[in-house]
Design a binder for this molecule. Structure first.
Ligand SMILES: *[C@@H]1O[C@H](CO)[C@@H](O)[C@H](O)[C@H]1NC(C)=O
Ligand SMILES: *[C@@H]1O[C@H](CO)[C@@H](O)[C@H](O)[C@H]1NC(C)=O
Ligand SMILES: *[C@@H]1O[C@H](CO)[C@@H](O)[C@H](O)[C@H]1NC(C)=O
Ligand SMILES: *[C@@H]1O[C@H](CO)[C@@H](O)[C@H](O)[C@H]1NC(C)=O
Length: 633
């Protein structure tokens, strides 16, 4: 079987050479992208029919993208005179639009290979080339062989997981080509990379669990509303006391903050009311969130009572509104059922839109009448769902770049670091020696987009049993606070000092250095209490938890910082990482130095003095954080 495939493949290449030699010699090719193996759950079924038509999309490299870090630090580095002078959308588009040279180079190559110019379609903003080709044409262009792959659920895909090739002179003009190695076509709630965090049950939640869900109900008589027993039930008052968070908001009419959810995951308005009455009486009467549907006709349903659907959104909005009060409107971004962040990014930035930017129809699906740059942005955006960093690197890099571009407009993205310690969130995968994600043991697999350096990754903490809000918090024991080092994104300069310090200390502890990539970006950046969180779900007082709770808590704190800056006529804080890692912010966090984040059959990393890949810089000390951010231009 395998032999005959190989043979077919070789014959195909020979035929190509003969054809091409008839006109002009083919360009030498180099490998552009490949996978070590098909993604988990997929296997090759048969060679693709040579006559099948493939909608080939070629994402052109953006101009100046190698300067993104320089541009970003110019406005986000607290030492820069331009701090806080965020870019306009026009500046972003003008700077990063792919060059004419890139589109022409790719066009000429296609023409050289016998693809008539009239078949090739260039998007308005020159970011994407599309051409319908037969499988045999695609195999020739990309020096690959296409297969039909089948998923365990029966669905089929055409792709070439073992890689594709581009001419040397074309490589530098192309980010990625689809359909090729990017499988994981969006399937409802099934994709290994984009799982929603579920609120977790206190009783049966442990780091080994793959898909924690459900909640444990608590008798109302056992509910503590004040900053006491925060080891047993963490409430709004606990967070206020822990982080000294008593903001006086004055700019709620113009400050903005949002939470991302997938379709159907709306909060229940009644739950919110019960929660606020009990845990944040001053916020009673808060309005329901402003619903912004992205690529969905969904109407918000704030009456849904299925705990599986509402637990995440209930938790997110109860915490955020409970902390920010009734004056601050909060936006709910519903990004549809696919859970692809690209739709959110598209909705903010038209230049990134489907067929004009970073979307990969193979991963994101194709959406008719997609929302492009027409949705209101928020100064702070909280994202509580993540998945393993096991999508093709070029895809993650392009999406991360987009987070970077949007953050340069002054948006702070806060992303949960995951709840499975050093393994991937939700499905607990680790990396086999050949780089394939597998159930552990294996090398550590951190979560994307938390590993993107342009977002702020949020880990979790707990008040230890028998301790109070006056004692230092620890890493949670009910689950592992997601953390580790990226295998895709190198360590950004803002982390250099503190991550090096951690690695030097780690020398004395037992973490097998072959299990993680110490040159990668470290996560999380910060942490906040994530267990055992009080919530009201489907009318019941419940104990839930996870970095799902930590993320909206931290997002509320950043929103309050923005409120105070706006009051002084300053800009929102945007991408905060360069600032918070600087020496200026040393006192702005409570260092967490106790606990680990187990996963992949190991204890994970230890929390140590200073930054660590369990709790990042630590939990916020709001007055100090505010003071430092108010001191910046
Ligand atoms: C490719 O074919 C599809 C379906 O026939 C069509 O809608 C699309 O416009 C074609 N694209 C190009 C670039 O010709
Ligand atoms: C809420 O409480 C009711 C009554 O005690 C129970 O039947 C239901 O299962 C609980 N829901 C959850 C999500 O625990
Ligand atoms: C380690 O991370 C770097 C990015 O920092 C990456 O280029 C490299 O491929 C990674 N190595 C492995 C073995 O994953
Ligand atoms: C460290 O954390 C454990 C729980 O993981 C807790 O029992 C212990 O009291 C903590 N120790 C200190 C010194 O905080």
């Amino acid at each position: 079987m395998l032999t005959s495939h190989t043979l077919l493949c070789l014959l195909g290449v020979v035929a190509t050479l003969t054809n091409a030699l008839g006109s002009s010699p083919p360009f030498p090719r180099i490998l552009h992208e490949r996978r070590m193996a098909p993604p988990l759950g997929w296997h090759p079924l048969r060679r693709a029919d040579p006559d099948t038509i493939l909608p080939l999309s070629i994402a052109l490299r953006q101009s100046n993208i190698h300067h993104l870090d320089d541009y970003l630090f110019d406005v986000a580095d607290p030492d820069s005179p331009n701090y806080g002078r965020w870019w306009t959308p026009e500046q972003i588009i003008g700077t990063f639009q792919p060059s004419l040279e890139s589109s022409e180079t790719v066009r000429e190559w296609l023409f050289h290979e016998g693809i008539d110019a009239h078949r090739v379609d260039l998007s308005k903003d020159r970011a994407y080339l599309r051409v319908n080709v037969s499988v045999s044409e695609a195999e020739r262009l990309l020096a690959t062989s296409y297969y039909v792959y089948q998923h365990e659920d029966g669905s089929e895909e055409v792709g070439c997981h073992h890689g594709y090739h581009l001419p040397e002179h074309v490589v530098e003009h192309v980010d990625l080509v689809t359909p090729t190695v990017h499988f994981e076509k969006v399937r409802l709630h099934a994709h290994a990379g984009r799982r929603k965090r579920s609120a977790a049950a206190a009783s049966d939640y442990s780091w080994q669990m793959r898909r924690p869900q459900g909640v444990s109900a608590t008798k109302p008589s056992m509910v503590y509303a004040h900053a006491e027993n925060c080891d047993k039930m963490a409430t709004i008052d606990c967070f206020r006391a822990l982080y000294n968070f008593y903001p006086k908001l004055t700019q709620t009419h113009r400050n903005t903050v949002g939470v991302v959810e997938t379709t159907g995951n709306d909060l229940n308005g009644n739950d919110l009311d019960i929660f606020l009455k009990k845990f944040s009486p001053a916020a009673v009467g808060a309005q329901l969130p402003t619903f912004v549907g992205i690529d969905t006709d969904d109407k918000p349903d704030f009456g849904e009572t299925d705990p599986n659907l509402i637990s995440e959104a209930d938790l997110d909005f109860e915490l955020m509104i409970g902390l920010l009060g009734k004056e601050q409107k909060v936006t709910l971004y519903d990004i549809g059922q696919s859970g692809s962040f690209n739709f959110l990014l598209d909705a903010f930035d038209a230049s990134y839109c489907s067929f004009e930017g970073g979307d990969d129809p193979e991963i994101d699906g194709v959406v008719p009448n997609e929302d492009c740059g027409d949705k209101p942005r928020s100064n702070v955006i909280s994202i509580s769902f993540v998945g393993g960093e096991d999508l093709p690197p070029a895809y993650m890099q392009r999406q991360c770049t987009e987070f970077g571009k949007l953050s340069m407009m002054g948006i702070t993205f806060l992303v949960a670091s995951g709840d499975d310690g050093v393994a991937s969130n939700g499905d607990n995968l680790c990396l086999a020696a050949n780089g394939t994600p597998v159930p552990g043991p294996g090398a550590f697999l951190p979560n994307f987009p938390a590993t993107c350096p342009y977002v702020t990754a949020v880990g979790a903490t707990q008040v230890d049993p028998g301790k109070s809000v006056h004692d230092p918090e620890s890493a949670p024991t009910a689950f592992g606070s997601g953390g580790g080092f990226s295998n895709v994104f190198p360590r950004p300069s803002f982390q250099e000092r503190l991550v090096q310090r951690y690695l030097a200390q780690l020398g004395r502890h037992a973490v097998d250095p072959t299990l993680f990539n110490s040159s990668g970006r470290g996560i999380p950046d910060v942490a906040a209490n994530g267990f055992p969180t009080a919530a009201v779900i489907a009318g019941n007082y419940s104990i839930v938890g996870g970095t799902s709770a930590s993320t909206p808590i931290f997002a509320a704190i950043v929103a309050a910082v923005n409120d105070a800056r706006l009051a002084l006529g300053k800009s929102p804080v945007g991408p905060i990482n360069p600032a918070i890692y600087s020496i200026l912010f040393t006192g702005a966090f409570h260092d967490v130095t106790n606990g680990t984040n187990p996963g992949c059959g190991t204890n994970g990393f230890p929390a140590l003095a200073g930054w660590d890949p369990v709790t990042g810089l630590g939990t916020p000390n709001f007055p100090q954080l505010l003071l430092q951010f108010l001191a910046l231009p």
